[in-house]
Design a binder for this molecule. Structure first.
Ligand SMILES: [Zn+2]
Length: 412
């Protein structure tokens, strides 16, 4: 169990997730319940906080914890990873996922949206993290992903169905298990041997059944989707969010913006050659991923230009190494390279995901009453998202889970 310590962080510059610019000489009072009790000019906060313990951050930068919206803690890619996941019994699977959850949190991701896990282990893990038995990010999960027979993800434990009845049943089963959202694969992708990225897979009545049931139960639906035509049809049927969108067009991104449909590009997946090599994936998978790269990049640029709401997601494990940083941070850097202003990129990883998840009153920014999910960086994130490469401390709910310089040490 981790119990938050009441403390006042001082001598820091703050990116709060609400305002675009950096606030200097700030203080943050973290209460014993792990929420933010006061934030603002340091003298005001110190006066309010009375005799709470003071922690000097030596002029470093504080920002909200990151949310990664496309995570598989039990990633089952063809290759070493998938072999390990598929060979494992349920107990071993939970331990693999717990290890990935701990690394995810240490990498600065304090909230993860899981979009396809295995054997309902994610629900046990979510409970373990909530109780403080396992170190990990806050979890919002879809349970198993859903697909048609032989559809995208079936080898990675997506559940298969055919026809509207079958999809209604699978959707209700995920909700029964405790799903916060529903993930459905509506077209082919990178990791399926007998499909291509532009194979349409769900029929309209099947997708409509998923969306209808999910919405009736107050759950959003996100779809693994590649081609523009599949995305267009799904948007017309009321889809809430598009994953990957490998082949989006100017036209379909305009439609997404108009209907308020979100986009999680996972741009790293079509350019992470070293990761695929390390994971020992088959040659066809590597070729398909990398050859999707240029068109995927254009999709992201269409979405940025047309004002589609975008949230950060990596698909790769959030903590996985990528160009001397993590997949999560590299994804943010790519989004800026593709034309997204730094201020928008930071929001796509903090306050915007909190909005999509319906958690904007407790997560996603550094404001009074919210959970103290905080990152400490040496450099200024409002100047460059690469400042996240200088991350050295992570708090979740006022508890420090990583503290490279030992300044928060006593808080745990
Ligand atoms: Zn995925």
């Amino acid at each position: 169990m981790h119990i938050p310590t009441e403390q006042v962080l001082v001598n820091l510059a703050l990116y709060d997730g609400v305002r675009d610019d950096l606030q200097r000489d700030q203080g943050i009072w973290v209460g014993a319940d792990g929420t933010i009790r006061a934030v603002g000019p340091v003298d005001d906060v110190l006066t309010e906080a009375g005799d709470a313990r003071v922690v000097d951050l030596h002029g470093d930068h504080v920002m909200p914890g990151l949310t990664n919206m496309h995570v598989h803690l039990s990633l089952g890619l063809p290759g070493h990873f998938g072999d390990e996941v598929h060979r494992s019994n349920l107990a071993e699977l939970v331990l693999l996922m717990a290890d990935s959850a701990r690394r995810t949190l240490h990498s600065g991701v304090t909230t993860a949206r899981l979009v396809g896990e295995s054997r309902y282990a994610d629900f046990a893990l979510r409970k373990g993290i909530e109780r403080g038995a396992v170190d990990g990010p806050r979890i919002f999960t879809a349970g198993h992903a859903l697909c048609c027979t032989g559809g995208h993800g079936w080898e990675a434990d997506a559940l298969e169905a055919d026809g509207a009845d079958g999809f209604r049943r699978l959707t209700r089963q995920q909700i029964r298990a405790g799903a916060d959202l529903i993930k459905v694969c509506i077209s082919g992708g990178i990791a399926g041997e007998f499909e291509s990225i532009d194979t349409p897979q769900l029929l309209d009545d099947e997708l409509a059944a998923v969306i209808r049931v999910a919405h009736d139960w107050g759950r959003k639906v996100t779809a693994h989707a590649g081609p523009a035509e599949s995305v267009r049809r799904a948007v017309e049927l009321g889809l809430d969010c598009v994953e990957h969108g490998y082949e989006l067009t100017d036209e379909v991104t305009r439609l997404m913006a108009e209907r308020g449909v979100w986009y999680v590009p996972t741009i790293v997946v079509s350019r992470c050659e070293q990761f695929f090599r390390d994971a020992g994936v088959p040659g066809w998978l590597m070729d398909r991923a990398l050859s999707a790269g240029p068109r995927h990049w254009e999709s992201l640029q269409h979405a940025i230009r047309n004002g589609v709401p975008i949230a950060l997601g990596s698909d790769m494990p959030p903590h996985a190494g990528y160009d001397e940083t993590t997949a999560t941070v590299r994804e943010l850097e790519f989004m800026v390279d593709a034309g997204m202003p730094v201020a928008d990129a930071l929001k796509s990883a903090t306050i915007r995901p909190a909005q999509w998840l319906g958690q904007a009153d407790t997560l996603g920014s550094v404001e009074v009453g919210k959970h103290a999910d905080l990152l400490v960086l040496r450099d200024d994130p409002t100047r460059s998202v690469s400042a996240l490469r200088t991350l050295h401390a992570v708090l979740k709910g006022g508890v420090s889970y990583r503290d490279d310089h030992g300044r928060l040490r006593d808080a745990r």
